[in-house]
Design a protein around this ligand. Structure first.
Ligand code: AMP
Length: 214
C-alpha cells in the first residue's frame, strides 16, 4: 500500500475516508488539523495563538506545520501513513519533499478530493465532531449518529467545531482555492496526483481511493 497525501477543501470527507483506510489497511492517520488542536489543548501560549488563527479560518505558520509533520513521521519507522490537511501551501509542498527525502520515503500518492463549493457548505453546516476523533453529519444518512447528539463509538456528547461557521468556512474555502492550483501542478509534475470526485457516496469514493493506493 502506498502512503497517502490527502488534499481536499474543508468538509470533503478527509476524516471519514481516512478512518475507512485505517480500519481496512492499518494506515496511521496524521491530520494536521488534529496535531494543531492537540497543541491548543495543551493550553500553552502558542496553543492560545493557534486557536485564534484557526477559529478565524486562516492558516497557521508554515514552519510550525512542517516541524509537526516531520516529528510525527519520524516516529512511524516505515509504517504506512495518511497525511491529511498538509500541504496547504506551495511552500509546505516543497518543504514536505525535503522531509520525505530525509526520511527515505518515496512511495506515495497525492489524492485530491474534489468537491463543489455548494456541497462543501452543506456539509460544514451539518458537521458534528466527537473528542474521540469521529466525525458525523446530520444531513447525510450514513453519517448521522444513531442517537442524536451522541457519539456511536464512545458515547460522548457531540460538538460543533468552533471554526465550522459560515464566515470561517468562506475564508477556509477561499484560501484552499487560491493555494490548490500550484500544489496540484506540483504533484502532477511528479506524476503522483490522483483526483477523486467526492460528490458521491462514501463507499464509491472509498473504492476509487483503494484503486489508486494499490
Ligand atoms: P482541518 O482540521 O484540516 O480542517 O484544519 C483546521 C484548521 O487548522 C485550518 O482551517 C487551519 O487554520 C489549520 N491548519 C490545518 N492544516 C494546516 C496547514 N497544513 N497549514 C496551515 N494551517 C493548517
Amino acid at each position: 500500500m502506498k502512503n497517502i497525501i490527502l488534499i481536499a477543501p474543508p468538509a470533503a470527507g478527509k476524516g471519514t475516508q481516512s478512518e475507512i483506510l485505517v480500519q481496512k489497511y492499518g494506515y496511521t492517520h496524521i491530520s494536521m488539523g488534529d496535531l494543531l488542536r492537540e497543541v491548543i489543548s495543551s493550553g500553552s501560549t502558542l496553543g492560545k495563538e493557534l486557536k485564534n488563527i484557526i477559529d478565524s479560518g486562516a492558516l497557521v505558520n508554515d514552519d510550525l506545520t512542517i516541524e509537526l509533520i516531520y516529528n510525527k513521521l519520524k516516529t512511524l519507522e516505515g509504517k504506512p501513513f495518511i497525511v491529511d490537511g498538509f500541504p496547504r501551501t506551495m511552500y509546505q509542498a516543497l518543504e514536505f519533499e525535503k522531509v520525505l527525502t530525509k526520511l527515505n520515503i518515496t512511495e506515495y500518492v497525492a489524492v485530491l478530493l474534489d468537491l463543489s463549493k455548494e456541497e462543501a457548505v452543506k456539509r460544514i453546516d451539518g458537521r458534528l465532531i466527537c473528542k474521540c476523533g469521529k466525525s458525523y453529519n446530520i444531513y447525510q444518512d450514513n453519517l448521522k449518529p444513531k442517537v442524536d447528539g451522541i457519539c456511536d463509538k464512545c458515547g460522548a456528547k457531540l460538538e460543533k467545531r468552533d471554526d465550522d461557521n459560515v464566515e470561517a468556512f468562506k475564508k477556509r474555502y477561499e484560501i484552499f482555492q487560491t493555494n490548490i492550483e500550484p500544489i496540484k501542478e506540483h504533484y502532477q509534475k511528479l506524476q503522483k496526483l490522483e483526483i477523486i470526485d467526492v460528490n458521491r457516496s462514501i463507499s464509491e469514493i472509498a473504492e476509487d481511493i483503494e484503486k489508486v493506493i494499490k
